[in-house]
Ligand binder design. Structure first.
Ligand code: ARG
Length: 458
């Protein structure tokens, strides 16, 4: 297709390094959609004859049926998906096929195909994230008042509710969806018609092709159109961030499922056994989600490093944009499905969680707050008094709520029996009524609002 000025064909190695068909065949639907939009516009503008355009369009339909039915036969000599389609079109419609590439280059063609693919992928990932959010909401609703330890430094800090903890991941997923949506809105401009780099002398209607392909408008600068891969990088960056969030949840599930914690048990459907230790039930799916997040971060890195040194406009390095994006999409879609499945089917051991929440003097802050609120003690002093109470409980081998009033009063006479009202884990979580706090009523209100958000589509 470009051999006019060459005496010899490429070497086998040249063919191999040059070919992208093994992976870019995945763009066949987008490539056909772009070609059809281009052919219709060429016809409408009188750039090619109507009968040639009709033959081309019928040929493209035939190729679509072929590929949908039987896939595509790879030919390394035909480099990429664009040349495969064009070569097949020539077989079907003869010389008229050669008119399709008028006022177009593979540079604007691939930029268009890839944008279409990224756009579809964003939509599919958004669906996956929504399903994940729904799974979190359902479990959070069941456990809006289930008490578990809240941690900082992985040390028991204050009691929280499991519903609140799960809803933290809902909020992360919400931000992830909004990042994908932002990327989608920004990338929805059509590069088709930029041609090789400079635009074209033919009287194109770029508005028409943009509209036909569902873009908001044509891109504004032909050089930028063929050299920009921001849209893929933004997709990969949002994917990496989503993977990072899934990995954090996976890490928690792994910790919670270990015997010393015993907060959750994984269903058979999401665990594996050991070939030597018959008692084992391993959280492999969670571990793989945690592991795969590294590959998602790597995909962003791979393309960012590929792009960073490229002068305008197109360079062949950019052919390497596709594999990271394809791999990231496949990986993320699988990780989302696995996490959604795990969240939906985990069983939570509420007794173990509550017992752990009651340990570690987790209501010490409640005692200090009580001293401030009821006894009028300045917080710093209350902090100190509470520290002494913790020390006394530790020495007595009890929790704060089990310390006799005499011991508490020996530390500070301003304490009286009303303090026991705030020392239980139930009282502690119920009192956290500040906006965004862990009180079960607040958690239920947030769940209801979140359901509403999901109904309304965001
Ligand atoms: N297969 C190429 C890619 O993916 C298509 C663009 C090729 N353009 C060119 N001038 N060689 O980037």
């Amino acid at each position: 297709m470009w051999g006019g000025r060459f005496a010899d064909g490429p070497s086998a190695v040249m063919r191999e390094i040059n070919a992208s068909i093994p992976f870019d065949k995945r763009l066949w639907r987008q490539d056909l959609a772009g070609s059809k939009a281009h052919a219709r516009m060429l016809k409408a503008q009188g750039i090619i004859a109507a009968d040639d355009a009709d033959a081309i369009l019928a040929g493209l339909d035939a190729i679509e049926r072929d590929y949908a039915a039987g896939g595509l036969v790879e030919d390394m000599a035909l480099e990429d998906i664009h040349m495969h389609v064009e070569a097949r079109l020539a077989e079907i419609v003869g010389p008229a096929a050669g008119r399709l590439h008028t006022a177009r280059s593979r540079n604007d063609q691939v930029a268009t195909d890839f944008r279409l693919w990224v756009r579809d992928s964003i939509d599919a990932i958004d669906e996956g994230l929504r399903a994940f959010q729904q799974a979190l909401l359902a479990r959070a609703d069941d456990h809006a008042a289930t008490i578990m330890p809240g941690f900082t430094h992985l040390q028991v800090a204050q009691p929280v509710t499991l519903g609140h903890h799960l809803m933290a991941y809902y909020e992360m997923a919400k931000r992830d969806r909004s990042r994908f949506a932002d990327a989608r809105a920004r990338m929805n401009e059509c590069p088709l018609g930029a041609a090789a780099l400079a635009g074209t002398s033919f009287p194109l209607d770029r508005e028409a092709t943009a509209k036909a392909l569902g873009f908001d408008r044509p891109t504004a600068n032909s050089l930028d159109s063929v050299s920009d891969r921001d849209f893929a990088l933004e997709f990969l960056s949002a994917a990496a961030m989503t993977g990072l969030h899934l990995s954090r949840l996976a890490e928690e599930i792994i910790i919670w499922a270990s015997q010393p914690y015993g907060f959750v048990s994984l269903p058979d459907a999401f665990s594996t056994g050991s070939s030597i230790m018959p008692q084992k039930r391993n959280p492999d799916a969670a571990e793989l989600v945690r592991g795969h997040s590294g590959r998602l971060l790597g995909a962003f890195q791979a393309l960012a490093v590929t792009m960073k040194g490229l002068p305008l406009a197109y360079s062949k390095d950019m052919q390497d944009d596709k594999e990271p994006a394809f791999q990231a999409y496949d990986t993320l879609a699988l990780c989302l499905a696995a996490m959604t499945g795990m969240v939906s089917t985990l069983s939570f051991n509420a007794d173990r969680m509550r017992a752990a929440a009651a340990g570690g003097f987790s209501t010490a802050t409640d005692l200090a707050d009580w001293l401030v609120r009821v006894a009028g003690v300045p917080f710093r002093e209350a902090h100190h008094i509470t520290g002494r109470a913790v020390k006394a409980a530790e020495a007595a081998g009890t929790g704060l709520a089990e310390l006799p009033i005499a011991s508490l009063r020996a530390i500070d006479a301003r304490i009286d029996a009303r303090v026991y009202d705030v020392l239980s884990v139930e009282a502690s979580v119920a009192s956290r009524t500040s906006h965004g706090g862990t009180a079960p009523d607040g958690v239920r209100a947030r769940i209801a609002a979140a359901r509403d958000e999901l109904e309304r589509g965001r």
